[in-house]
Design a protein around this ligand. Structure first.
Ligand code: SF4
Length: 193
């Protein structure tokens, strides 16, 4: 099955890495996509799965404060994290389950899910760092935490890395490593026993 021209390799990316229009006010570094990363992924013939933007889903494009972009980045990230944690969990839970189901589906059908690329320092999509209490700290954003938990419940092991649009050299290097590293392809508990 699937013995055609597809590469059978996919990677999951945070929404704004393909669409900077979704990012919070004052923080877009590019007009549209993070070209250096996307070019690398396409050149390696890896299919892209774009995550939904959890903040747009829960808070809208203005993150429920049209003046938010006037705050310092870490203060605004903290406000967003607190709001997401209080009011966004039900919406995010469903989306996190959908992501885990999709990963499981690809794995069960013999595809390689190379990993997930999040956005460090984000209160929602941070992987190695996030924002809490006006500081960039080690830890995951709210949405990535929920995806990790949903995968863990299914026995799925998924490599996750975080990038920053302001650190292109390091981001490209890390994505290159992700693409080249052999994948642990345990597919978790079968969905259709
Ligand atoms: S980091 Fe996550 S929440 Fe923030 S804009 Fe990107 S996709 Fe949306």
């Amino acid at each position: 099955m699937f013995d055609d021209h597809r590469s059978k390799r996919v990677v999951i990316v945070a929404h704004c890495l393909l669409n900077q229009n979704s990012i919070s006010d004052g923080t877009a570094d590019f007009p549209s996509q993070y070209t250096e990363l996307m070019d690398l992924i396409f050149a390696n013939q890896v299919g892209l799965i774009q995550l939904p933007c959890p903040e747009v889903a829960c808070l809208g494009l203005d993150r429920r404060d049209k003046q938010g972009g006037k705050r310092s980045l870490l203060a605004e990230n903290t406000r967003i994290r607190d709001l997401m944690s209080k009011t966004g969990r039900a919406v995010l839970q469903d989306k996190a389950e959908e992501v885990a189901t999709l990963i499981q589906e690809y794995r069960l059908n013999g595809f390689k899910v190379l990993g997930l690329i999040g956005v460090n320092r984000s209160p929602s999509c941070g992987v190695e760092t996030t924002t809490k209490d006006n500081e960039e700290v080690k830890g995951q954003g709210v949405f990535i935490e929920m995806i990790s938990e949903a995968c863990h419940r299914r026995g799925l092991v998924v490599k996750m890395i975080g990038v920053k649009t302001s650190e292109t050299e390091n981001s490209v290097k890390r994505v290159q490593q992700l693409i080249e590293t052999p994948v642990i392809s345990f597919s978790g508990t079968p969905r259709f026993p």
